[in-house]
Design a protein around this ligand. Sequence first.
Ligand code: ZN
Length: 241
Amino acid sequence: MEITFLGTGAAFSPDAYNASILVDHEILLDAGAPLTVHLPRAGVSLDAPRAVLLSHFHADHTFGLAWLMLGRVLSNDHTPPLSVYGPVGTTAYLRQLLDLAWGEEMRRLSWGRLQLTVQELTGGMAFEADGSRGTAFTMKHARRMNCLGFTLERDGVRLGYTGDAEMSPQLEALVSASDHVITEMTYDQETGELHLGRRDVEGLMERHPSTRFIITHRGSEAEVSGAVTARDFLTLHLPLP
Ligand SMILES: [Zn+2]
């Protein structure tokens, strides 16, 4: 499995782009980065992603999808279909996002030409994305928003992705179900609400010693001993050596 980080900064990071991770050139985990710039810069066509998994509806995880969807349609008359997976409310959210970004006519054009399918998920649901088996986990993050993390099984790797999350039993279950996990770490010193801090991640690593940790959604330059720190455009091959 190959993963490329198209954005690794927390929402208001001054030095890294917002969340998006490309798996095997075919699946995007979140879409906060400027995808019409960052996919080509990573050597990947806008047509390559077949599935997008959205963890939740905050702008730093989703707004890049407005560019990917219309940009892909306008640059290729025969672009392949796209599937989006996300929390309950994803269909309505995408409609609003595209209406606001480009207007109703362009929303209809991109939706139709991408043969867009949307699958709304709740915690515990299994799904299949681009031939990979996935499971959704409910994450504790923004109070009035449905927030998910995911595991994806592909090429013998069980990859977990926390999206945005504070500590919770479901987060422990996600890490436990993963042999590699991409985890957020927004805070350095604080342990906080809404997000994870360095001590939270260190605690998870202690409790799940057989899981390899990769840190993204970084709010600082803090590193954690034993974990990989993701940077924009870092590519990793899993399983890690
Ligand atoms: Zn968030």
